[in-house]
Design a protein around this ligand. Structure first.
Ligand code: GAP
Length: 503
């Protein structure tokens, strides 16, 4: 199945099975870039967010929830008002609008365009005869900057914006954090919540939405702490798949490098940044993304966003879109706190006992969200190779439904027993399913990614046991009802393997 064919199949699967619907609202024809999570999609996204939350908390970061809307001055201070924009070009014939970078990337994938100014991009469009992908018409002779922020109004006259990132809103209570952490740096804060971007003609389904959920961790620390970072030694021997921008230019492959080597060879600028990349890696493994599909790609200096001094993206290899950015790890230095200090008139600094001076902390940021990883999990684990029995092979811990319980037939007290078992398993997401043949119920649950199916049959009446079937191997074992909950708990948490259960 080709890439495009797979993408179509995957999106149809998401719609039909109840993972993701849209563009929404469908009965009104849909608005590009807005999607609805159906019941299974919402369960999966919640599992992804719980994994993110768990990893951040285990690594010492604290969660906050800030307002989504903030007045214009905040975005002036953050730089988003002037610099958060994409180059846009129109078609002279059909008036179609295009994000210039995507247009060129799709027409001429061999060109490297990261960070090029608009006049050079325009020349490339002319030189390579790039035309409107829809009507083949001539593209305009001008590229304009399209600001990505969505404006709104508060009260009758206060201009405000929906946040385009959670990060800026996380920085604003800095003085409160300073009190909460008793003026001790470093400290870490994260936020999981909605962000909005007025993307130009978004395609690529949930990878480029106009309303999406970000999950962004921010590590506040003094500049000098970056070089002697207290937690570095505990992770120094961890190896990460790194692809520095120099190696990209020289067409060298991604290399597994230990953090200690990466810092010593100046591939990573400092210990704290290395620790932050490692935490990011843990995040992606924790969300169930297989290690072999992950790489860290460094931005070239031309590609860097206005607030970042250094940036490495987590890219994940998708069946539908190839290597795709799912996260950016940014060294934002003291850019944000200094800007907000200037615009608010408040001193955003803390007294450092070591240097005996007041310092503005730097910020290292892990910027990602839950939509792209949710899409990635569906992309990676959906397996339509057997047309008769398509399977969603999600890691058990992420499966929206953990267990489905069936009565073999709808008579002889089997439904009542099955319902009771299902009730007893409510600590997992467990459903009771009695519709259709057992075969149909298995296939329906395989499509949904249900980890285990439990069937109550006539032997249950006598032996007080049930059949447990594993989604991936289709193998079955008999388990005593009295041991069912504990066995399933261990299977779901990966403490035991299905193949190790007694047949
Ligand atoms: N605070 C920095 C920041 O926002 P970014 O690279 O622009 O950095 C971070 O965005 C992450 O947010 C991305 O890696 C992606 O996971 C998610 N994201 C950004 N734009 C998105 C969109 N239009 N749709 C879905 N997710 C998006």
């Amino acid at each position: 199945m080709g890439e495009n064919e797979y993408t179509k199949e995957l999106i149809a699967f998401m719609q039909e099975t109840g993972f993701v619907w849209g563009p929404s609202p469908e009965i009104y024809g849909g608005l590009a870039g807005f999607y609805t999570y159906g019941p299974l999609g919402k369960l999966l996204k919640n599992n992804v967010e719980n994994a993110i939350r768990k990893t951040f908390i285990e690594n010492g970061l604290w969660e906050v929830e800030c307002p989504i809307i903030a007045q214009e001055k905040i975005w002036e201070a953050s730089g988003h008002l002037t610099s958060f924009s994409d180059p846009l070009i129109f078609c002279t014939k059909c008036n179609g609008e295009y994000r210039v970078s995507l247009l060129i990337e799709e027409a001429k994938p061999e060109l490297e365009i990261g960070g090029l100014p608009n006049d050079v991009l325009l020349k490339l469009i002319e030189e390579h005869n790039i035309v409107c992908p829809k009507c083949k018409g001539k593209l305009g002779s001008e590229i304009t900057q399209h600001n990505l922020m969505m404006q709104t109004k508060v009260g009758t006259d206060t201009v405000a914006y929906n946040r385009p990132e959670t990060a800026t809103t996380t920085y604003l209570p800095f003085l409160r954090y300073s009190e909460f952490f008793r003026k001790k740096v470093p400290f870490g804060i994260f936020q999981i919540g909605k962000a909005f971007r007025n993307e130009i003609s978004p395609r690529q389904h949930m990878l480029r939405m106009r309303e999406f959920t970000q999950a962004e961790g921010q590590l506040f620390l003094y500049a000098h702490q970056k070089y002697e970072f207290e937690h570095f030694d505990s992770v120094a021997e961890e190896r990460l798949p790194l692809w520095p921008h120099k190696n990209q230019k020289e067409k060298l492959p991604v290399e597994q490098i230990s953090l200690r080597d990466a810092v010593e060879k100046n591939i990573l600028k400092n210990q704290a940044y290395a620790w932050t990349l490692n935490l990011t890696y843990k995040q992606f493994l924790g969300m169930g993304i297989p290690a072999e599909l992950i790489r860290f790609r460094q931005h070239s200096p031309e590609e860097l966003i206005f607030y970042a001094e250094d940036a490495w993206d987590v890219e994940v290899k998708l069946k539908s879109f190839g290597w795709t950015e799912l996260c950016g790890v940014h060294d934002r230095k003291d850019y944000d706190l200094k800007q907000h200090s200037k615009f608010s008139g408040q001193k955003l600094e803390i007294f450092d006992g070591e240097t005996k001076e007041k310092l503005v902390p730097h910020i290292l940021e892990i910027a990602f969200g839950s939509d792209r990883p949710t899409y990635a999990l569906l992309d990676i684990f959906y397996d339509p190779s057997d047309k008769e029995r398509k399977v969603l092979r999600l890691p058990h811990i992420l499966s929206p439904i953990k267990v489905a319980v069936f009565p073999l037939v709808n008579k002889e007290n089997l439904p009542e027993i099955a319902e009771k078992i299902c009730q007893d398993l409510k600590e997992f997401v467990c459903i009771y399913d009695k519709a259709g043949s057992v075969g149909r119920r298995y296939s329906r649950n395989d499509m949904r990614g249900t980890a285990f199916c439990v069937t109550v049959d006539f032997d249950t009446l006598e032996n007080k046991d049930v059949t447990v079937r594993d989604r991936d191997s289709h193998e079955q074992v008999r388990i005593k009802i009295s041991e069912l909950k504990e066995t399933l708990r261990k299977l779901i948490h990966g403490e035991i393997k299905f193949k190790d259960l007694k047949k």
